[in-house]
Design a protein around this ligand. Structure first.
Ligand SMILES: Nc1ncnc2c1ncn2[C@@H]1O[C@H](COP(=O)(O)OP(=O)(O)OP(=O)(O)O)[C@@H](O)[C@H]1O
Length: 688
C-alpha cells in the first residue's frame, strides 16, 4: 500500500509510527495530521515550521483524529517498525514515497534545501578502468618516497606526509601488517589511500558506516581517485561486479559484505591484485571497545585467506592495515589477537593529545527546561555574528521550552533531592528500561541508515577553484573561537528534534540528525553542514565517526556519552584545522547514567557499566587537566608541561561547582554506582 495515500487509517498510522521513530511527539504529530493530512513531508513541515508553512488539506481535521486515537490506543509502534523499514528500502529504489507525488521539498532544518549540483554531477560520470602504473611490482628500484611526494602533491595538494603516515607506508612497502593508532583528524586515511595511487592494484577498505564510506568516496572523487562502496547501502547493483573486476582504485566495503565476497576477492587478488586491506575504525573489532560490531571480529578471515601459503599466486601476504583514534591498551591487544594479525605487525603509535581542543564540563539538568540557560550563549554568538543581536534577544525571551518535563522522564529534574530519587526504585527501573529502549535504537545505526544519490565515484578533474586545506594555525589560550559550526550530541532521537526545533525558533540555522530520519533529510543535512549552510547540527551518535569538516568550533555533549572513547571520538570532530575549539560536556550529576547497550552478554554489560563509570568520574573530576585524563585513559602519560591548566578546562564550571559541593558529588557517585550494580540484576529479571 502506498504509504502516503490520503484517506486511509493505515497511512495515517504509518506516518505516526515513522514520526515517532524520528523523535517527534505524538500529540504534535496528531495535531499536524489533523490539519494537513497524513503526508509525512507535510506533517513534518507543519510540526517544525507551524501552520503557515503547509496548506491545509481537505480530509484532515476531525476525520483524522479518530484514527489518531485508535493508533494511540493500539500503541502500534512495534507493528509499524516493519512498515518503516520497507519504506526505507523502497525509497532506495526510487519509488516516490517521500513527497505525496511531488518532489520532496521538506527541510527538517529551518533552512531551505541547498543541494550542490556540481557535487552530484561529479559523482555520476561513466566509469573507466584504471591502468595507470606508478609503481612496478618489484618496488625496490627507485626512490619511492619521491613517488609518494608526487602523488601527494598531485592528488591532495600536500607537500609532505606526516611522520606516522610515513611509518605506516613503510610497513606496507615492506609487506607487513600494521596497527595505526593516531589522534582524530591526524590524517589516517592517507595511509591507505596512497598505496592505491602507487600501484596498479586495488586497496580494499573495511569501514563500519555507509555514511563514512560515502563521504570518503566523494572526497576521493574530488581528488581525482576512483572509488566505490559496496554493501546494502549501494543502490546500483552493477557496482559490485565492476569493483570485483578491478575498475576502482579504492573499494570501501562493510564487514558483512567482505565476508560474503571472499571468493570474488580472491580473484581480484590475482588480477589486478589487492595492494592492501585497510580496516578503518578498527576499535569496532573489540568487545571492550565502545562501538563493538560482531562482524568486525570475523575479519580474521582476511589474514587467514590472503596469504602466500594459501594463494599460490601471491609472492607476499597481502598486508593488513588497521587504524583507529580511540583504543585503550586492552583494546589494542584484542585487535591484534582477534584479527590474527602477524607476529611482525608494526604498531604505529602517535599521541592522542589534541592541543587545540579545550575540554569543559558543566552541570545541567540537560532537559528542555534548561535549554534557555545552556544555549543562550551559543544562540547569542551566532545571532550576533549575523547582525541579528536585537532580534535574537527578543526571540530568546519569547521562546520558552515547550515543557518543563524532560524527554527522559527523569526522576531527578528537580536536581535537588537525590534521596527521593533513590528511594523510588520502581520508578527508576521504569526509567531505566525506557531509556534503554530508546538508546538501543540510537546507538547502533545499521549500514542501511544512509542513502546516496549515486554509488559511483569516479575521478573527476579538480575544479579550478578547488582550494587545498589551510595548514594548522598556532593556538594560544587567549584566542577566541570563530564562528564555525557546532555539533550538539544528545542521547535520544527525540532530543535531537526537540533541541534543533528550539534552536531554530531562537534564530539559528539548526537541523536534527538521527538514524531514523528519512535518508533524503540526512543527505541534505550532510550537504548543508559541509557547505557551511548550517550553524548547528543536533545529532545522536549517528553523526560521529568520520565526520571530517575542518572548521567545527564547538562540540557539545548534552548528556553523558556511553564511554570516554566515544566521547573523545566525537569531540575529535572539532578543530580539525588546528584552531582552538571547545568541547563541552553538560552532565546531570543528579541523574543515574543509564545509556546502556542492550542485547549483550553480562560480561559486556558489566564492561558498559565500567565505561559509564569512567565517564562519570571524568565529569566529576575537579582537580586534574581534562585533556590529561582523556589521553591517560588511552595509556598515554603527559609530561609536566603537557597540560596547560589555564587553557585546557580543568574542573567543573565555577558557578556550578559552588552549587554542588564535592561532598554531594561523592555521595551521589557512590549511591549511583551501587544503583548501577543493582540494575544489572534488575535488568536480568526484567529481560527474562
Ligand atoms: N600529510 C598531510 N598534510 C596535511 N594535511 C593532511 C595530511 N594528511 C591528512 N591531512 C588532512 O587531515 C584531515 C583529516 O584526515 P582524516 O580524515 O584522514 O583523519 P583521521 O585521522 O582519519 O580522523 P578521524 O579518526 O577523526 O576520522 C583531512 O582533511 C586531510 O586532508
Amino acid at each position: 500500500m502506498d504509504a502516503n495515500s490520503v484517506g486511509t487509517d493505515v497511512s495515517a498510522d504509518h506516518v505516526i509510527a515513522e514520526l515517532l521513530e524520528m523523535g517527534f511527539e505524538f500529540d504534535k504529530i496528531s495535531e499536524a495530521i489533523g490539519v494537513v493530512g497524513p503526508c509525512r513531508a507535510d506533517v513534518v513541515e507543519f510540526v517544525l515550521n507551524g501552520s503557515g508553512s503547509v496548506q491545509r488539506k481537505p480530509g484532515g481535521g476531525s476525520q483524522r483524529r479518530s484514527s489518531d486515537r485508535s493508533a494511540r490506543l493500539a500503541n502500534p509502534r512495534g507493528k509499524f517498525k516493519q512498515s518503516s523499514i520497507t519504506y526505507h528500502i523502497a525509497s532506495t529504489t526510487g519509488s516516490k514515497t517521500e513527497s505525496c507525488g511531488e518532489e520532496p521539498s521538506t527541510s527538517y532544518s529551518c533552512l531551505a534545501a541547498n543541494m550542490n549540483p556540481a557535487l552530484t554531477a561529479a559523482i555520476c560520470l561513466k566509469p573507466k578502468p584504471e591502468h595507470q602504473t606508478l609503481l612496478d611490482d618489484s618496488r625496490g628500484e627507485f626512490d619511492w618516497a619521491d613517488k609518494i611526494s608526487a602523488v601527494l602533491q598531485k592528488h591532495f595538494g600536500f607537500s609532505c606526509v606526516k611522520g606516522f603516515q610515513k611509518e605506516a607506508l613503510d610497513a606496507w612497502f615492506a609487506h607487513k601488517d600494521c596497527l595505526v593508532l593516531a589522534a582524530t583528524g591526524s590524517g589516517k586515511s592517507l595511509c591507505f589511500q596512497i598505496p592505491a595511487l602507487l600501484t596498479t592494484k586495488v586497496v580494499v577498505v573495511i569501514s563500519p558506516l555507509i555514511s563514512l564510506m560515502h563521504d570518503q568516496c566523494l572526497k576521493l572523487a574530488k581528488h581525482g581517485i576512483s572509488a566505490c562502496f559496496l554493501g546494502s547501502g549501494q543502490p546500483d547493483n552493477r557496482v559490485e561486479g565492476k569493483a570485483m573486476a578491478g575498475m576502482y582504485k579504492i573499494i570501501y566495503v562493510c564487514p558483512e559484505t567482505v565476508l560474503r565476497l571472499m571468493e570474488p576477492l580472491k580473484k581480484l587478488a590475482e588480477k589486478p591484485g589487492i595492494a592492501l586491506f585497510a580496516i578503518d575504525e578498527v576499535h569496532c573489532v573489540s568487545k571492550w571497545g565502545h562501538d563493538f560490531r560482531p562482524d568486525y571480529r570475523k575479519l580474521s578471515v582476511l589474514r587467514q585467506n590472503f596469504c602466500s601459503s594459501k594463494l599460490k599466486f601471491l609472492e607476499h601476504d597481502i598486508p593488513l592495515m588497521a587504524l583507529t583514534a580511540t583504543a585503550t591498551l586492552p583494546v589494542r591487544e584484542d585487535i591484534l589477537k582477534s584479527l590474527k594479525m602477524s607476529g611482525h605487525t608494526v604498531v604505529v603509535l602517535t599521541s592522542f593529545f589534541r592541543q587545540n581542543l579545550r575540554f569543559n564540563v558543566k552541570h545541567s539538568k540537560t532537559s528542555a527546561s534548561s535549554y534557555g540557560k545552556d544555549f543562550q550563549e551559543l544562540i547569542g554568538t551566532y545571532n550576533a555574528s549575523r547582525n541579528f543581536r536585537g532580534k535574537s534577544q527578543k526571540i530568546l525571551h519569547e521562546v520558552e521550552p515547550e515543557s518543563e518535563s524532560s524527554s527522559y522522564e527523569s526522576l531527578d529534574d528537580s536536581a535537588s533531592d537525590d534521596e527521593d530519587a533513590i528511594s523510588d526504585k520502581t520508578k527508576l527501573a521504569k526509567s531505566f528500561v525506557k531509556e534503554n529502549a530508546e538508546h538501543e535504537l540510537d546507538q547502533y545505526p545499521g549500514v542501511d541508515d544512509f542513502d546516496v544519490s549515486c554509488g559511483e565515484f569516479l575521478e573527476s578533474s579538480r575544479p579550478e577553484s578547488f582550494a587545498f586545506p589551510v595548514q594548522s594555525a598556532e593556538t594560544s589560550s587567549s584566542e577566541s573561537l570563530d564562528q564555525g559550526p557546532t555539533i550538539v550530541y544528545v542521547p535520544t532521537r527525540k532530543g535531537t528534534v526537540e533541541l534543533a526545533n528550539y534552536l531554530c525558533k531562537s534564530g539559528l540555522k539548526a537541523a536534527a540528525y538521527n538514524a531514523k530520519m528519512p535518508r533524503s533529510h540526512l543527505r541534505q543535512v550532510h550537504e548543508q553542514f559541509h557547505s557551511n549552510a548550517l550553524e548547528v547540527v543536533v545529532a545522536t551518535i549517528a553523526f560521529g565517526m568520520g565526520i571530517d569538516k575542518s572548521n567545527v568550533r564547538r562540540i557539545i555533549h548534552y548528556g553523558l556519552p556511553q564511554s570516554l572513547e566515544a566521547y573523545y571520538q566525537e569531540a575529535g570532530r572539532a578543530g580539525r584545522d588546528g584552531k582552538l575549539s571547545d568541547c563541552t560536556l553538560y552532565c546531570n550529576f543528579m541523574r543515574t547514567p543509564t545509556l546502556l547497550p542492550n542485547k549483550r552478554s553480562d560480561e559486556q554489560t558489566r564492561a558498559a557499566y565500567r565505561m559509564l563509570r569512567d565517564c562519570f568520574h571524568y565529569a566529576l573530576n575537579t582537580s586534574t587537566c581534562r585533556a590529561k585524563i582523556l589521553v591517560k585513559y588511552f595509556g598515554e602519560e603527559f609530561g609536566p608541561d603537557g597540560c596547560k591548566m589555564d587553557m585546557w578546562g580543568s574542573g567543573l564550571d565555577v558557578s556550578d561547582s559552588t552549587r554542588i559541593s564535592l561532598n554531594l558529588h561523592f555521595r551521589v557517585t557512590s549511591v549511583l554506582m551501587a544503583l548501577l550494580k543493582c540494575m544489572i540484576s534488575r535488568k536480568k529479571q526484567l529481560c527474562s
